[in-house]
Design a protein around this ligand. Structure first.
Ligand code: NAD
Length: 371
């Protein structure tokens, strides 16, 4: 069976890190004798430059016809404007909405090798292993009206936060199912003391809990959650939250994993692909890092780990995904580090994006000959 994978490298460091992830997928395809068909297209800033829009219709159509999408990141100073022109980030929202991707799964694990590169104390982060599940198609990123306008007192702007019961139920249920297969603890994050959407969120979460008696449910307000995540991160198993809160908390959580360059993500929907798995879009959580773009300094591991998530969730290739994770851990164990995770470890071997990608591939090849 041939699987179609749409590759959207995007802007900034996107092409650098996805280039490495793509080569890793090609090795896995050869090792497992599966046929992965890659199609590449432009999105984000480069698509605005070439096609005048961040997500051309045919690219969305290609995504809808693929088994999975591998994405880098979009945006950068060149396309920053606030005057109502096309913005690269519209490509992300368009892909999420157009592919029906409502669940963003972001695993956060502290690898032993990276503890010294964290600003947090080892006793706090040793053994951290949780998933943040972020709702992706509702909330303030999609609510209407969202606009700037003139008022009698000058310029004003409005954004709208809207959640339906069905949207909340769908993501919370997903959270319970993830927790049921792990350590059976779900933390639902909201701002129920202030926001109506959050009060509905909490109400629905408690209703869904009735169907998952084996999972314990706790509620946290997002402001205190920001503190708990840093003070006692090992207490969490699965954290489910709405779009904006999830966006912010996962960047904070990246500190626990050592760097944004280490965190992969999967965005999943209800649609199944030809292989019988969920169609998904896989991307590192970081942005386009314009400050280091084109300098071969980016950490490609989040992109490579995103490719591993693609194999697991959209193609059902769990053991191949595990081999990639093992290869990444092996390379880190040997002391290789990109600049962002170099920390203050004596003897760390500093490498660039390309060399890090090559090391992971070499490790994958040697794991194959060992087995
Ligand atoms: P960013 O994630 O691009 O960078 C934040 C910091 O982390 C920078 O110092 C950067 O050098 C570093 N960093 C990020 N990824 C790294 C990696 N793989 N290796 C090493 N260091 C890495 O966030 P930002 O600076 O807020 O945003 C830059 C641009 O990216 C903006 O245009 C923003 O809109 C866009 N962005 C896109 C996405 C996406 O496409 N999903 C997500 C976030 C930001």
């Amino acid at each position: 069976m041939a699987y179609k994978i749409l590759v959207l490298k995007g802007d900034g460091i996107g092409p650098e890190v996805i280039g490495e992830a793509l080569q890793v997928l090609k090795i896995v395809a050869r090792q497992s004798a599966i046929d992965l068909e890659f199609h590449e297209a432009l999105v984000g800033g480069h698509a605005i430059d070439t096609h005048g829009k961040p997500l051309p219709e045919e690219v969305l159509k290609q995504g809808q016809e693929s088994d999975a999408v591998l994405l880098g990141a979009v945006g950068g100073p060149k396309w920053d404007n606030t005057k109502g022109g096309p913005r690269p980030e519209q490509a992300l929202l368009g892909l999420r909405a157009g592919l029906g991707l409502f669940a963003n799964v972001r695993p956060v694990r502290t690898l032993r090798e990276l503890i010294p590169s964290s600003p947090l104390r080892p006793e706090i982060i040793n053994g951290v292993d949780f998933i943040v599940l972020r709702e992706l198609t509702g909330g303030i990123y999609f609510g209407k009206p969202s606009e700037r306008r003139e008022s009698s007192s000058g310029r004003e702007a409005v954004d709208t936060c809207l959640y339906s019961e069905a949207e909340i139920r769908r993501i919370v249920k997903f959270g319970f199912e993830l927790a049921r297969d792990r350590r059976k603890h779900l933390t639902s994050v909201d701002k129920a003391n202030i926001l109506s959407t959050s009060r509905l969120w909490r109400e629905v979460a408690m209703e869904v809990a009735a169907d998952y008696k084996e999972v314990t449910l706790e509620h946290q307000l997002v402001d205190s959650m920001a503190m708990h995540l840093i003070r006692r991160p090992r207490d969490f198993d699965v954290i489910v939250t709405e779009n904006l809160f999830g966006d912010i908390l996962t960047d904070e959580a990246s500190v626990l994993a050592g760097s944004m360059g280490m965190l992969p993500s999967a965005s999943l929907g209800e649609e199944m692909n030809g292989a019988g798995f969920r169609i998904g879009m896989y991307e590192p959580i970081h942005g386009t890092a314009p400050d280091i773009a084109g300098r071969d300094e980016a950490n490609p591991l989040a992109a490579i780990l995103s490719a591993a998530m693609l194999l697991e969730h959209s193609l059902g290739m769990r053991s191949e995904a595990e081999s990639i994770v093992k290869a990444v851990e092996g390379v880190l164990h040997e002391g290789y580090r990109t600049k962002d995770i170099q920390g203050s470890v004596a003897g760390a071997k500093l490498v660039g994006c390309k060399a890090m990608g090559r090391l992971v591939r070499e490790r994958l090849e040697s794991q194959e000959s060992d087995s």
